[in-house]
Write a new protein. Structure first.
Length: 76
């Protein structure tokens, strides 16, 4: 496989993971808002908040990796 094809495949996979991550953040955040509106602050609310935060940090790293791989494709 050519180097550019490999870089494109990695970039497409990272974009897929980014899309899935955004979807998870939206769903989890919506659930947390609903629980907060119902005054149902319990263990699941806090666990969901932590997972949501970790996902957002992970998305930042994904964006950095996407940017790096885009530069690699540009240089090829």
């Amino acid at each position: 496989m050519a180097k550019i094809d490999e870089a494109k495949e990695i970039l497409n996979t990272l974009r897929l993971f980014f899309s899935i991550g955004i979807g998870l953040v939206v769903v989890i955040t919506g659930s947390l808002i609903k629980k907060e509106e119902l005054n149902d602050i319990d263990l699941y609310f806090w666990v969901g908040s932590i997972i949501d935060f970790i996902l957002m940090i992970g998305l930042i790293f994904l964006v950095k990796s996407i940017k790096k791989n885009t530069k690699i494709i540009k240089d090829l």
